[in-house]
Design a protein around this ligand. Structure first.
Ligand SMILES: CC(C)(COP(=O)(O)OP(=O)(O)OC[C@H]1O[C@@H](n2cnc3c(N)ncnc32)[C@H](O)[C@@H]1OP(=O)(O)O)[C@@H](O)C(=O)NCCC(=O)NCCS
Length: 115
């Protein structure tokens, strides 16, 4: 959060930290994050969406994405991109359910050496 907030193009309204308060002990823990930046005029980029394992599948990821998209819209950004590895089918499903569509697939080369 500190690192990204120093970057040029940081979008505070698209950046959120989810915190959980244990109702029994009152202990507070950070449980999820999403960060937004903009590289070009009118194009947003979501960075580092993540929910800690024991808080996943409770709707937090969807909620953070919604908040981030609203935060981008608040500063006039309606076109938002993010990158995900193709193996991350769970995350990909979530993004597609939220209305994201695949615009580019990148195949990376592998450098090999022998001897
Ligand atoms: C991807 C991630 C952010 C999703 O957050 P989450 O809080 O678990 O997701 P939600 O509970 O909001 O789920 C929203 C929807 O996505 C679906 N979904 C989420 N994770 C899924 C998974 N692993 N497999 C299948 N579906 C999944 C849910 O079924 C849900 O659909 P529904 O609302 O129709 O029931 C979270 O799993 C995570 O932090 N993963 C590790 C980090 C990561 O991969 N980040 C993405 C990098 S681009």
């Amino acid at each position: 959060m500190n690192e990204i907030s120093c970057r040029q193009g940081f979008v505070p309204s698209a950046t959120w930290l989810a915190r959980f308060t244990d109702p029994e002990t009152g202990a507070v823990e950070n449980c999820g994050t999403i960060q937004g930046i903009t590289d070009q005029v009118d194009v947003g980029s979501i960075q580092n969406i993540g929910i800690v394992p024991n808080h996943r599948s409770r709707g937090l990821g969807r909620c953070l994405l919604n908040q981030s998209l609203l935060g981008f819209a608040k500063v006039g950004i309606k076109f938002v991109t993010l990158e995900v590895t193709s193996h991350n089918t769970g995350a990909l499903r979530l993004y597609e359910k939220m209305g994201f569509r695949i615009i580019r697939t990148v195949y990376k080369s592998i450098d090999l050496a022998y001897g």
